[in-house]
Design a protein around this ligand. Sequence first.
Ligand code: SF4
Ligand SMILES: [Zn+2]
Length: 324
Amino acid sequence: MKELQDFVRLNRGEIIKKVKKPRIWKEKDLLDGRIVDSFVLILRTSGCRWAHHSGCTMCGYFKETYNAGEREIMRQVEEAMEKYEGEELVKIFTSGSFLDEREIPIRIQKYILRKFEAAEKIIIESRPEFIKNLSLLEDERLEVAMGLESANNKVLEYSINKGFTFEQWMKGAEEVKERGLSLKVYILIKPPFMTEKDAIRDTVESVEKIKDVADTISFNPVAIHGKTMVEYLWRRNLYRPPWLWSVVDVIKQAGKIFRGVVKCDVVAGGKARGAHNCGQCDREFLTAIREFSLSQDYGLFKKLDCSCREEWMDVLEMEEFLRG
Ligand code: SF4
Ligand SMILES: [Zn+2]
């Protein structure tokens, strides 16, 4: 929708923050059922091509990019190599698409992958339009993470402004699988302009539609990033990030229909800008979700309880009622 595309772009105003240093850290993650150390590298590139045109309603990554040329990217890789200690799992993100040759020229993409020769698996992210570039890399260690957010075209267009359809995404996803690579799928929990109940339903329906192509599903509950469309709505009391009750509900429902690995990264969890409950029980919920992402133990959710469950259930009902 043209109006939404324009709004998302114009709402940002002038971007002042320009980050030039790569972000690097290490964290535990799952690799073939084992908990291993992973190395995470966020390269600063020119950023997502779609964000230059318009961008997704919840995405604030455009603030973390700058016009990095080849030499700048190489410098960042050298910096990363000084900290890399042979971790088996490496995640290389760019606040865009690793496979987009305008962000990282193909020759440099190959160079980066070669640099991490000790890694058993390397996770990269890409929008579907750049998946064809996988043919130029020929690296069997790759796991490709693709943001889908929702498998419903109306939600993609009117809530998220994703810039592609489910069918276009699926074509890319199938190509990843045809190349024998594993596929991680990001699904959003609670895009704007939806009731809490609709959001839960949409997320679970999305899982149903991709359950045969995905190896891992990673749920991303919406967090409010600065200068985004969701921040605009949130400031006007027109949006609340999802309840942690909803997040846990989605994970449990996904576990009943999907056989692969389920993860969930709650950004700003327990805060007003992130998924939260009443404040009393948030920490307990966040710990359970974090531990679940490593252990895949659905039993961790059994002990979760709080009086705010009633309030959450009222919200589910009342919003439907008010919508009429
Ligand atoms: S969510 Fe992904 S595709 Fe959307 S604007 Fe951000 S980086 Fe680009
Ligand atoms: Zn509570």
